[in-house]
Design a protein around this ligand. Structure first.
Ligand code: FPP
Length: 254
């Protein structure tokens, strides 16, 4: 069934080019089973693998995953350090496989707060996969949407101070070119698991016109079937970008 749906989706030409996921619910998933929260994050890694595989098979160009937010540092110290270890292990274990599958890995966020060892691991993984032409997998780590817009503004302010541009050149396009996702297709679809209906400072700028899908499923239970259903719904949504339905139909007929 899922193979048939995949074929239909690919033939529909209505797949999103860029999908983002807020992988929420790991802690609750573990606690419901009487396990430590970190076991939920570990189980979540299997779902990351699955989401990457489905996205890759469908030819989605870019997948952005919220792995660690700027606010996650406030969690208990042992959970933060276990999450850091998990990123390190996942990068060590998975990068060759990502490379074999032509996936280009990119970490977005302020990684300067991570240990030197983790920063080196990230740099190596990015370098190894930098020429791959398949799925672009962005892992948002120590990322915040407000931070992203702020760092873009800082880059532009520095250019103004250096006389490379004037303040009136700071346009939406200029900001767009300096946010972390500048090289990627516009964000089409954001999925959040775990039951909460908010975007928690994820891709704030990028989500302006994206479709939002909130799922009650806890991330470690989020599998291929649900992802494909969400993509099938996306394929049926009319995206108007502020225009009328008639205008959208007319532009599709041009
Ligand atoms: C939110 O669940 C999840 C996280 C803060 C971490 C997500 C990390 C992974 C899935 C593993 C590593 C991924 C990569 C890409 C290397 P939560 O703990 O807030 O869950 P809760 O809402 O139930 O407490």
């Amino acid at each position: 069934m899922s193979d048939q749906l995949k074929t239909q989706l690919m033939a529909s030409n209505k797949l999103p080019r860029h999908v983002a996921m807020i992988m929420d619910g790991n802690g609750r998933w573990a606690q419901r089973q009487g396990k430590r929260r970190v076991m939920g994050h570990k189980a979540g890694v299997d779902r990351v693998r699955e989401a990457v595989k489905v996205s890759r098979e469908l030819g989605i160009e870019s997948l952005t995953l919220f792995a660690f937010s700027s606010e996650n540092w406030q969690r208990p110290a042992d959970e933060v350090s276990l999450l850091m270890e998990l990123f390190f292990t996942v990068l060590s274990r998975e990068v060759s496989k990502l490379h074999r599958n032509n996936v280009k890995l990119k970490v977005i966020g302020d990684t300067s707060r991570f240990s030197d060892k983790l920063q080196q691991k990230i740099a190596k993984a990015e370098d190894k996969t930098k020429d791959n032409s398949g799925l672009i997998l962005n892992v948002a780590a120590n990322y915040g949407g407000r931070w992203d817009i702020t760092q873009a503004c800082q880059q532009l302010a520095a250019k103004v101070a250096a006389g490379e541009m004037s303040a009136t050149d700071i346009s939406e396009e200029a900001i767009e070119q300096h946010i972390c996702t500048a090289q990627l297709p516009a964000l089409d679809l954001m999925i959040r698991t775990g039951g909460d209906c908010r975007i928690s400072n994820f891709l704030l700028w990028q989500a302006a016109y994206s479709e939002l899908h909130f799922s009650a499923t806890l991330w470690p239970d989020f599998g291929e079937t649900e992802y494909l259903d969400i993509l099938a719904n996306f394929a049926n949504v009319e995206r108007r970008f502020g225009c009328t339905s008639e205008q959208v139909s007319a532009s599709l007929q041009e």
